[in-house]
Ligand binder design. Sequence first.
Ligand code: TYD
Length: 202
Amino acid sequence: MTDLARRYIAFEGIEGAGKSTVARHVADHLRATGHEVVLVREPGGTEVGESIRQILLGDGEAPSPLAEAALFAASRAHLVHTIVRPALTAGSWVISDRTAYSSLAYQAIGRGLDLDAIRTLNDIAIGGLWPGTVVLLTVATDEGLARQAVDDRIGGEAVAFHRAVAAGFDSLAAAEPERFVVVDASKAIEDVAAAVIDRLGL
Ligand code: TYD
């Protein structure tokens, strides 16, 4: 793993797994132990990203599956170029609420686009800067959907879609055991955060 990727941690999982809250806890923990931390979310996190997020998740016309994948990749390209890479280069840690792995799970496995093509598209978008560690928070699909606060266009897809995405994340984790840390997120959020900090050795 490169030094940049070592300080780049992704949080992934289906809706309602508690990614944002756990990511915040881990960022707070790193700051409390004297580290610089930049916390980002995808899609969004920049003006360009928030505009793309509005196209992707707003109430307007739904983009086609490939357009959807390309828009997520565009938002990601901009975020990595303007925030993630500079922060890592300056010595910060970067904690990301979702990354390209969400596109592999949602756009490739969920929507049925070609996995290798979506991987290549994203590899180009991020200039090869994949997170060194991916924390996959797992929760039963029904429970996650019931916990979900905001029901956007993708969050509002049928349960079968979310089950496919969950299975997709599991298979991505199984394929890269050295990169993925899989944590049961069905417990209280503080316990989940403590388990993540422990498993990451932070
Ligand atoms: P997010 O803001 O993380 O919402 P949530 O808190 O519900 O997880 O993500 C918004 C939606 O976008 C979510 O349904 C997952 C989806 N998504 C993709 O389909 N592909 C992607 O590459 C990303 C980053 C998100």
